[in-house]
Design a protein around this ligand. Structure first.
Ligand code: ADP
Length: 409
């Protein structure tokens, strides 16, 4: 029953908050992000357990007016069944709870395959699930190595007992999983790669735009009039606010990247940009291990790889533009469309750009959007379906039409 599931999810949430320090440490040690970020992730991760503990009691069907007197029409929502959940390393806890909380609230059971670099947060979640009273077999975790991932992935995407696959990760892997799932026509939710445009129009409040850019790192576009002032303030904010170090050291704002491959990818993107005319305004160098200097690039063009591929490193390429049409054309040229951000104080422009950006989520004068109350998801090759919000639970439900006929007047 929804009510019982609600109580268990709520207990799970309470336990996460009770152990938030320990859970944050696990995140910091397995993926390198600073403790402040890890604590933020734990709160964000737990918020989905809380939100879906509330939604679990609100899975309403419909009683539909019938066109015939001898019939009644009912639409019942039922859980889809077993859901396979495959998640990435960048949010080792939240990417799991965002899916699993919705699935469990709906009445599904789940098999989670965490990313090979970050299995520990998933196991910690399982430990707390058990303590909260999630019945055995409902929340399962299968950690595996890079070598065994394809074989495990194949089972998770093809086994006839699995009804649904929910994936967060790269677009390339998402396509592989979708193809495998097609054979048995599984339902699929895909939260894939993005390349968030971050547009600063001439009318923007520069300080607001700089703090928005500092809150996350994006492919930036700055309008000509505001460009130099924005770059100058952004560079100074980078110097003042960013501190590289081990995630567990107080004051660290930038940990290492997930592995040396990730650092090599950023170095390659910077070299490609520089060879095509970009200028390094800050940073640009790889440091020891998988540490990377926060890097600010100007004179970037859309031919450069850093504007096409996802980066997963502290790299801010900035493209200068002249008109709103030009900025929208640059942003919408992408074949992915997850989030988009822009800064403007011009009300008409705000409405035009909000509607025209081809993305699933738009931040206007705001650099951080995620919250369980809102729908998270992308358009184009950024994915299928949404997570969180009142819609998130529908990804784990199917609608059964029940026609009750032969009724006598
Ligand atoms: P990234 O490493 O950029 O986040 P990936 O899409 O490679 O993107 O990884 C996301 C998740 O997908 C990880 O858990 C990874 O192990 C998993 N994964 C990668 N390839 C496969 C596959 N063939 N089958 C199942 N899972 C896979």
């Amino acid at each position: 029953m929804g009510e019982e599931r609600s109580v268990v999810l709520r207990k799970w949430f309470d336990l996460m908050m009770l152990y938030k320090e320990e859970l944050a440490q696990i995140i910091t040690y397995e993926c390198g992000k600073p403790m402040s970020e890890s604590l933020g992730e734990v709160a964000y991760s737990a918020s989905f357990l809380e939100w879906f503990s509330e939604e679990a009691r609100r899975v309403y069907g419909d009683f539909v007016p019938s066109p015939a007197k001898d019939r009644k029409i009912l639409l019942l929502k039922q859980p889809v069944g077993v859901a396979s959940i495959i998640t990435p390393w960048n949010f080792p806890s939240a990417m799991i709870s965002r899916k699993a909380a919705a699935a469990l609230a709906a009445g599904c059971t789940v098999v989670v395959k965490p990313a090979e670099d970050t299995p520990l947060s998933a196991l910690a979640l399982a430990e707390l699930a058990e303590k909260a009273g999630v019945p055995p077999g409902v929340f399962n975790v299968v950690p595996c190595s890079r070598e065994t991932t394809p074989a495990v992935g194949e089972v998770l995407c093809t086994d006839p007992l699995v009804a649904k696959i929910s994936f967060t990760g790269s677009t390339a892997t998402g396509k592989v999983l979708l193809k495998m799932a097609a054979d048995t026509v599984k339902k699929a939710s895909m939260e894939l790669g993005g390349h968030a445009p971050f547009i600063v129009f001439d009318s923007a409040d520069v300080d607001q735009a700089v703090s928005g850019a500092m809150a996350s790192k994006f492919r930036n576009c700055g309008q000509s009039g505001i460009h130099d002032g924005f770059m100058d303030k952004l560079g100074r904010a980078m110097d003042a606010e960013l501190r590289l170090g081990h995630g567990s050291e107080p004051g660290t704002t930038q940990g290492p990247l997930i592995n040396t491959r990730a650092a090599e990818k950023v170095v390659k993107q910077i070299a490609d940009a520089v060879s095509r005319g970009a200028t390094v305004l800050k940073g640009g160098k790889r440091l020891e291990g998988s540490f990377m200097e926060p890097t600010l690039l100007s004179d970037v063009t859309t031919e450069m790889i850093c504007t096409k591929e996802e980066t997963f490193g502290p790299l801010l390429p900035v493209i200068r533009f002249n008109t709103e049409e030009e900025a929208l054309a640059i942003a919408n040229a992408s074949n992915v469309g997850l989030a988009g951000y822009f800064f403007s104080q011009d009300v008409s422009q705000i409405w035009r750009v909000m509607e025209a950006l081809e993305v699933g989520m738009v931040g206007v004068n705001e650099g951080l959007l995620s919250t369980p109350e809102a729908a998270f998801g992308g358009v184009k090759q950024s994915g299928l379906g949404v997570e969180g919000s009142k819609y998130g639970i529908d990804e784990y439900l199917e609608v059964k039409y029940m026609c009750f006929g032969g009724l006598k007047p």
